[in-house]
Design a protein around this ligand. Structure first.
Ligand code: FMN
Length: 478
């Protein structure tokens, strides 16, 4: 039932031919990120693999293993690509709380005081020549001081020196709310960075679940078994017991510094802004740890892939919870993650205006910028089919809803931010469902097409795979 830790997953990934080892020495100040960038820019999504740099510093460095593609993400959840959304819907419906253990592999070595130095870790520079420093790009755990629950997400953290990092806690984010709950009482806020644990935790951390829902419980639901956690050594937080490395720290009131510029998921460099500074209180790790960092920056990336795939199940579940059972499927484009991206919804409209209503709900309740609604006979992961639906079933003047004055997350939107002032963003809803009175498809019957497949084979033409879009079109009754 799920993987116990990252290394368990890497064995499975390698067994499926989806992990490549790089044995030659690699410079993590530029070369590692540039190689990983080629993976996303030049290798087609279906063929991508995770990268294990065996010789990049004090320990091996892994990137892109979970979020290389839909397929590696599916392997991370121990399912198939088609099983990703059902796995998410199950996990959200039946989260499993973590269980606390007394001894943990992630604490085989415990370093505190001056020994807890970030210099020990091979932290890469992700946009060589442009990022101001190496960055931790991994899981971050915080706690709400009032309610007591923990939050797990990814907030990039810039290395200031061997004992301090600046954490990009964007105001409004759940980690920011947790930290604020301590700071406004004048107390230091506990924070940890978890470098590589069972992949379900990594997948759960970047889905936009409501504040108060512990992503580690969702990870338990994704695994089908509880995540084991252990108490951190110097702060009051529980961390995944099977992690490779855990960095413990605290954010003290009024300790702030400039963070960035850093290459962001949206494809542009960020501007430097003031953010909280965390001081490291301990580093604990396995005897022979692996380092993991997500590659983000110019899309597509591991960051956008993880966020897109995690948020699809969440959107579908939310629509079902609102009673819209005729919504069948959700796809979010892999180039922009759950934030500011394009979401496509497949459904069977039940009444006039239903598709627009669904599009509007999704636009209002998610961080997506564009929402397109199509019928359930469209393969929403097939760009050719989606284009056809837009060309054949969408009348821009009639079927578009523009939503203006959306503030969240306008500050992250390069299209708005580049205006150089604080501006609101906007969203678009496109209803590309078939309107009544459509004539029959200009396609022969399935019976004739199946017979013609036999003729195709008999003629010795090269083998063909029937695309899902054709299957869907041939299933139409008229
Ligand atoms: C590599 C990577 C880096 C990220 N960096 C940040 C960041 O610095 N700040 C931020 O607000 N979100 C960042 N995110 C997105 C959040 O982790 C994600 O939206 C998460 O669901 C937010 O969790 P929350 O809703 O608990 O705040 C990053 C995601 C990834 C994969």
């Amino acid at each position: 039932m799920g993987y116990r830790d990252l290394r368990d997953f890497l064995v499975a990934l390698e067994g499926r031919g989806r992990l490549r080892r790089i044995a030659q020495p690699v410079d993590r100040s530029w070369e590692l990120a540039c190689i990983a960038r080629w993976l996303y820019q030049a290798v087609p999504e279906r063929e991508r693999f995770g990268l294990l740099f065996e010789n990049a510093g004090a320990m091996p460095v892994v990137t892109a293993a979970i979020g290389a593609s839909r397929e590696t993400y599916a392997i991370a959840l121990d399912t198939t690509p088609e099983g990703i959304i059902p796995a998410w819907v199950r996990a959200l419906s039946h989260p499993i709380s973590p269980v606390r253990v007394a001894q943990a592999p992630c604490q085989e070595i415990v370093l505190t005081g001056r020994s807890a130095s970030l210099d020990l870790l091979p932290i890469p520079i992700w946009t060589p020549g442009k990022d101001v420093a190496p960055y931790l790009t991994t899981l971050t755990i915080t706690r709400d001081a009032d309610a007591g629950f923990q939050n797990c997400a990814v907030y990039r953290s810039m290395v200031l020196d061997e004992r301090r990092v600046v954490v990009n806690l964007n105001p409004g984010r759940h980690g920011w709310r947790c930290v604020e709950s301590y700071l406004r009482r004048g107390l230091p806020a506990p924070i940890t960075w978890v470098i590589a644990t069972e992949p379900a935790v990594h997948c759960a951390a970047v889905a936009n679940v409501p504040y108060g829902v512990d992503e580690v419980s969702i990870a338990g639901g994704l695994k089908g078994t509880p995540v084991e956690t252990v108490k951190a050594r110097t702060i009051d937080l529980a961390v995944p017991a099977h992690a490779e490395i855990v960095i413990e720290g605290e954010i003290r009131p009024d300790d702030r510094a400039r963070e960035g510029p850093f290459g962001e998921f949206a494809g542009y460099m960020s501007q430097a802004v003031e953010r909280p500074v965390a001081t490291i209180t301990a580093i604990t790790h396995r005897r022979d740890p692996l380092y993991y960092g997500y590659i983000s920056q110019f899309p597509p990336s591991e960051s956008t892939t993880l966020q897109s795939l995690g948020n699809c199940g969440l959107v579908l579940k939310q629509l079902h919870d609102l009673g819209h059972a005729s919504v069948r499927d959700v796809h979010i484009d892999l180039t922009y993650g759950g934030l500011l991206a394009h979401g496509v919804i497949a459904m069977r409209p039940q009444y006039p205006g239903h598709a627009r209503q669904i599009g509007r709900i999704v636009a209002d309740t998610t961080l997506l910028k564009r929402v397109t609604v199509v019928d359930e006979d469209i393969d929403i992961r097939d760009a050719q089919h989606l284009d056809w639906a837009l060309n054949a079933r969408y009348d821009p003047a009639r079927d578009t809803v523009l939503v203006s004055g959306t503030f969240s997350p306008a500050d992250m939107d390069p299209a708005v931010r580049s205006e150089g002032r604080e501006a609101a963003g906007s969203k678009i809803v496109i209803d590309a469902t078939e309107k009544s009175g459509a004539p029959p498809f200009s396609l022969p019957s399935r019976e004739l097409m199946d017979k013609a497949l036999e003729s195709w084979r008999a003629a010795g033409l090269p083998p063909i795979e029937v695309p899902r879009r054709v299957d869907l079109a041939l299933a139409r009754k008229k």
